[in-house]
Design a protein around this ligand. Structure first.
Ligand code: HEM
Length: 203
């Protein structure tokens, strides 16, 4: 009974946790706490949450598959979609609030700044992952192709970190931290998937 109640609360709790950073931005907006440069603040906060949710998606897959926590798999899609949402909002703020949809200026920025070029490429790669995460689309794909496509999330996370590295001016501690997190998650995945199936089955 207690387990059933906990399970019922689990899903809304995951929703609330995923939405919390966005709600916090709205709260800061309504209470005039978005610093002297609100556009930059919101742009950066959304970018950072996009990267955090990408890392979380990788961690969930790893823990569900290799740390014997299969129930986590229920939330992988949702967390991945939140990563997409944060990055899409990050891009929207860049296009709308920072550049007022001035496409000539935006095109020049993409061509001129390598961190924008990489960010755009990472976002473009995220789109097929978001589209094929829909159950109906997934059912139509071969499981092998679907898995191969969704392994792109590692490439996207690496591109997100590269984007971050290239945009910081002096203090590289934060991008370095995310580089270490992504490297650890990727390393752990490679080690775990290299373990022979038999050994995994034995525990
Ligand atoms: C997977 C895709 C992306 C990820 C993970 C990501 C992540 C980030 C992160 C972590 C930051 C730094 C936040 C901070 O300083 O605290 C950032 C900043 C920024 N990103 Fe992205 N981003 C992505 C895509 C994009 C795209 C598509 C654009 C626009 C075309 C973009 C434009 C920017 C800009 C303009 C900044 C702020 C630069 C500055 O303040 O000097 N990003 N992003």
């Amino acid at each position: 009974m207690a387990r059933a109640n906990a399970a019922r609360l689990e899903s809304p709790a995951v929703w609330a946790l995923c939405a919390a950073p966005l709600l916090l931005i709205f709260y800061w907006g309504f209470t005039s706490q978005l610093t002297a440069n609100p556009v930059e603040f919101v742009l950066r906060d959304l970018g950072l949450w996009g990267l955090r949710f990408l890392c979380l998606t990788l961690a969930v897959t790893l823990l569900a598959k290799y740390a014997n926590l299969p129930w986590l798999m229920r939330y992988r899609r949702r967390i991945g979609l939140w990563a997409f949402a944060y990055v899409a909002l990050h891009l929207t703020v860049y296009l709308g609030a920072a550049h007022e949809f001035d496409w000539a200026e935006i095109g020049a920025d993409i061509a001129k700044r390598p961190y924008i070029t990489i960010g755009m490429a990472a976002f473009a790669l995220l789109i097929p992952l978001a589209v094929t995460s829909a159950a109906a689309v997934r059912r139509r794909m071969k499981p092998r192709s679907w898995r191969a496509l969704h392994r792109l999330v590692y490439v996207i996370a690496i591109m997100g970190v590269a984007h971050y590295f290239l945009l910081v001016k002096a203090d590289i501690r934060s991008p370095l931290l995310y580089a270490a997190i992504v490297a650890t998650l990727l390393g752990a995945r490679l080690v775990a998937s290299a373990r022979p199936r038999k050994a995994r089955a034995a525990g």
